[in-house]
Ligand binder design. Structure first.
Ligand SMILES: Cc1cc2nc3c(=O)[nH]c(=O)nc-3n(C[C@H](O)[C@H](O)[C@H](O)COP(=O)(O)OP(=O)(O)OC[C@H]3O[C@@H](n4cnc5c(N)ncnc54)[C@H](O)[C@@H]3O)c2cc1C
Length: 492
């Protein structure tokens, strides 16, 4: 790809200084940042690696910066868009040698902006190639690829990797934290399909990481890998054959007491649901004290088996209109849930999460619905169904601990328009979350990161796997080179 096309494809904003090799440009960049940019540029390939400097009189934003969470956007002094693991290694060495703090950025969807840094961002979006192996059993994926691009590569071969339905989400941030999607129950989390990785360590060296090479790191990166151990530059994923996808949706709008019974019924239904089916349950408040319960998902088995399961759900939860659509590819089905196309908008938002390991009591569900109704704004609540292949993997087989007894994950999510509403919106989320403490496990999902967890974040994200994670951290990154507000600590 030509440099111009690369810039257009990646959305770099022309008003920012892109440092070329001329002395004048390098001097300008050094003056703008007070950093030794010449040394940073020296070993990069000027045709392939980009060094972007802010503060060149441009507005304080350009597309490269646009992290999903608007409240968390920071313009770094320097953004390196590396095109190879070697270039990433060079950036890491330059940062550590000059005491420059940095963040690692793939798709930029971190809810708390943990891929943002005021000094340096090492951006992996220059490495986004996807290549299906000749035998089609695996696919090599650059760590800057987005999920939508991957699904597009695999679609013609009726293959997929099990991952989320938001197409612009980056494969790296997503799968290093777990990665739940609507193929989760038949095929597991995204991290469960990772066969190997190419990783740049704290010395800037390139490591191969798999079950047979650096196995501890392989264990840690699958669930604990977001910005804590090294920079993943490439993944090799096992592919899964998905010849038939059936999508379904079923909706009730009921007063809270009846809506609670529907959620209880869904829990019972989920307990014996075949692993071919994965679903989410979405709760929203409507006018007049009504709660909308929307259950939707995908099945990789026949339409008749899905219809039988829908009937079983209706028997437990009461009648409602069911929508079943079949014979679409996974990419097409996922795109219906994606809703937004390949790009994304930065929004003002806050999210929190809870794992449920025991069936929630009616009292717990009523508390949730009451909190939703009393909140002066629109909080959305989503339950992601676990079980199936996700729970078949032992809790200590990878760093992703939430398996075994885990029934589902609750995500509380709120989006608003004006920065003036930041405080009240976040307060609303905290009130609802606080009311749910007696009814949930206390564990949270690292990919729905939440700074409100304070010092308890590591235990909430990694539970009993935390002790092993910290040991691996101390072995591979004793100087804590790879860190952010919620990275794996050196000690439990
Ligand atoms: C709209 C939206 C929809 C979502 N849908 C789902 C869903 O369906 N299922 C689900 O499980 N999650 C979902 N998520 C959460 C998503 O999985 C996480 O936000 C994920 O961390 C995003 O990855 P990213 O690469 O886009 O983000 P980034 O912000 O780039 O990175 C996230 C974290 O990973 C680290 N990181 C990034 N690249 C690398 C790398 N190459 N090496 C090491 N560390 C790296 C970053 O430093 C940061 O800590 C969604 C999020 C959003 C905003």
């Amino acid at each position: 790809m030509k440099r111009r096309e690369f810039l257009q494809a990646s959305g770099a904003f022309s008003a920012n200084l892109i440092v070329g090799s001329s002395l004048l440009e390098i001097r300008k960049a050094e003056a703008a940042t007070s950093l030794p940019i010449a040394a940073l540029k020296a070993e990069f390939d000027p045709k392939k690696d980009l060094v972007l400097i802010s503060g060149s009189g441009a507005p304080n934003k350009f597309d490269y910066n646009a992290s999903y969470s608007k409240r968390k956007q920071i313009t770094p002094q320097v953004r390196v868009v590396a095109s190879s693991a070697q270039a990433v290694g060079q950036a890491v060495r330059w940062a550590t040698g000059n005491g420059v703090s940095f963040a690692i950025r793939s798709g930029g969807h971190s809810y708390e902006g943990l891929s943002q840094n005021a000094d340096l961002v090492i951006d992996v979006r220059g490495m986004a190639a996807t290549q299906l192996a000749a035998d089609k059993k695996s696919v090599s994926i650059g760590s800057g690829a987005s999920l939508g691009v991957i699904y597009g590569t695999l679609e013609p071969s009726h293959l997929a990797i099990p991952a989320g339905s938001c197409f612009p989400v980056g494969v790296a941030g997503h799968s290093l934290g777990g990665g739940f999607g609507l193929l989760g129950r038949p095929f597991g989390l995204a991290c469960d399909s990772v066969l190997s990785m190419e990783v740049v360590d704290a010395s800037g060296n390139v490591l191969n990481v798999s079950e047979s090479e650096n196995p501890d790191l392989f264990w840690a990166l699958r669930g604990g890998g977001n910005g804590s151990f090294g920079i993943v530059t490439k993944f090799n994923f096992r592919t899964s054959a998905v010849n038939l996808i059936a999508k379904f949706a079923i909706t009730w709008s009921k007063p809270a007491a009846q809506a609670a019974k529907i959620v209880l019924a869904w829990q019972e239904w989920l307990d014996s649901l075949p692993s071919a089916i994965t679903c989410t349950l979405h709760l929203t408040k409507e006018a007049g004290g009504v709660i909308k319960v929307h259950i939707a998902g995908l099945s990789v088995d026949s339409e008749s088996k899905l219809t039988a399961e829908m009937k079983r759900l209706q028997k437990l939860a009461g009648p409602a209109e069911i929508l079943v659509t079949t014979t679409m590819t996974f990419a097409k089905a996922a795109n219906i849930f994606n809703g937004g196309g390949p790009a994304y908008e930065s929004v003002l938002m806050k999210a929190k999460s809870d794992y449920v390991t025991e069936p929630m009591t009616e009292q717990g569900i009523l508390t949730l619905l009451d909190g939703l109704q009393k909140a002066p704004g629109e909080i959305a609540v989503l339950f992601d169904s676990y079980g199936g292949a996700i729970n078949k993997v032992a809790s200590d087989a990878t760093a992703f601990v939430h398996r075994g007894a885990t029934k589902y994950l609750i995500q509380y999510f709120m989006q608003w328009e004006s920065p003036g509403a930041n405080e009240t919106s976040i307060a609303m989320m905290r009130t609802l979350y606080a009311s749910m403490r007696p009814y949930v496990s206390g564990a949270s999902y690292v990919n729905y990161c939440d700074l409100d967890l304070g010092d308890g974040y590591a235990k909430a994200y990694w539970g009993d796997n935390l002790a092993r994670l910290t040991k691996i951290k101390a072995a591979f990154d004793p100087n804590n080179t790879f860190r952010h507000a919620q990275s794996v600590p050196l000690e439990a």
